[in-house]
Design a protein around this ligand. Structure first.
Ligand code: ATR
Length: 276
C-alpha cells in the first residue's frame, strides 16, 4: 500500500499542502500520497483516529484544530509544547508525536528566502494567538534582540511575553496595539485580521517605516494581503506574504516523515507562478 499522508482541517479543500508535498515527493523520488482530510468541527479526534487506523502515516493539522491536535497526540516536541499547538503528527511504533514546524518555517523563510538578518534585530510581532505563540520561541532562538508583542487585547500580549524563555525575558515585552512605538527592523503580522479585508486598525503606521514586513497569511496569486498593502502604503522596506513560510513548514514536516529534506526554492517559485 502506498504511504498515506494528509492535511486535516475545516475548511481544508483549498489547502495548497497536497500540491506542495506532491512536488516534494516528485523531486526527492519518494512514493507517497498526500490528501486533504475534512474533519467535522465536533469530531477531530474521531477523524484523526480513523485516518491512522486505516494505515495513514502522518498528518498536517490546520485551522481550527492545532490546539486540539496538541491534546490528542501522545507526546509533544518542545516547540509544539511551547506553542500549545501542533501542525504535524508523526506516527510512532506505539503512539503519536506532535510537532510544530510553523515557527521554524517562518524563521527559515525570513532568513533563507528573504535574506532578513534576525541576529540582533528589533522585532514587532502583531498578535498573541496560536500563530504568534508558535513564532516567539523560534524568533528568540534566532537571536532577535528585542521582541515587542502587540495585540488588540493587551493582556494576551503581556501573558505571551511572560512565557518567553527566561534568558531572553528582559528582551520581550507585551502591549496593546495603541502602545506600540519606536522603530523596528522586522514587523510580523500574526493576527487573523488580514483574513477578512480589515486594515490592522489601531497600530501607529510609523512602526513599519523602513521595516521589513511579513504577513503570516499568504495571498491568492496575483493579490496582495491587506497587511502587506497597509505596510507598503506606510513606507515599509519590503512587504512579503506567508507563502514561503507555508512551503518551509511543509518541508520540515516532510523531513520529519521521510528523513529527506526537500529543496524549497523550486516549489516556492512554482507556487508564485501558479504552476503547481
Ligand atoms: P491564530 O491561531 O490564527 O493566531 P487566534 O488564536 O484566534 O488565531 O488569534 C487571533 C489573533 O488575531 C489574536 O491576536 C487576535 O487579537 P485578540 O487577542 O485581541 O482577539 C487578533 N485579531 C483578530 N482580529 C483582529 C482585528 N480585527 N484587529 C486586530 N487584531 C485582531
Amino acid at each position: 500500500m502506498t504511504d498515506r499522508y494528509a492535511v486535516v482541517g475545516n475548511p481544508v479543500q483549498h489547502s495548497l499542502s497536497p500540491r506542495i508535498h506532491a512536488a516534494f515527493a516528485a523531486a526527492t523520488g519518494q512514493r507517497l500520497v498526500y490528501e486533504t482530510l475534512l474533519a467535522p468541527l465536533d469530531d477531530f479526534p474521531g477523524t484523526v483516529a480513523a485516518f491512522f487506523r486505516a494505515g495513514g502515516l502522518g498528518l498536517n493539522v490546520t485551522v481550527p484544530f492545532k490546539e486540539q491536535a496538541a491534546a490528542w497526540v501522545s507526546e509533544l516536541d518542545p516547540p509544539a509544547a511551547a506553542a500549545g499547538a501542533v501542525n504535524t503528527i508523526v506516527r510512532l511504533q506505539g503512539g503519536f508525536r506532535g510537532y510544530n514546524t510553523d515557527g521554524a518555517g517562518l524563521v527559515r523563510d525570513l532568513v533563507g528566502n528573504c535574506g532578513v538578518g534576525l541576529d540582533g534585530a528589533r522585532v514587532l510581532l502583531l498578535g498573541a494567538g496560536g500563530a504568534a505563540r508558535g513564532a516567539v520561541g523560534p524568533l528568540l532562538a534566532a537571536g532577535v534582540e528585542g521582541l515587542v508583542i502587540g495585540n488588540r487585547t493587551a493582556a494576551r500580549a503581556e501573558a505571551l511575553a511572560a512565557t518567553a524563555p527566561a534568558v531572553r525575558a528582559g528582551r520581550v515585552s507585551g502591549t496593546g496595539l495603541d502602545g506600540i512605538g519606536g522603530r523596528f527592523d522586522l514587523v510580523v503580522n500574526a493576527t487573523s485580521a488580514g483574513l477578512g479585508d480589515d486594515a490592522v486598525v489601531g497600530v501607529d503606521p510609523g512602526v513599519v517605516e523602513d521595516a521589513f514586513c511579513y504577513d503570516m497569511i499568504y495571498a491568492r496569486r496575483g493579490t496582495v494581503t491587506a497587511f502587506c498593502r497597509w505596510a507598503q502604503a506606510h513606507g515599509a522596506r519590503a512587504a512579503v506574504d506567508g507563502l514561503g513560510m507555508l512551503v518551509e513548514q511543509a518541508a520540515l514536516a516532510f523531513e520529519l516523515w521521510r528523513g529527506v529534506a526537500p529543496a524549497t526554492a523550486p516549489v516556492l517559485e512554482l507556487l508564485r507562478r501558479g504552476d503547481v
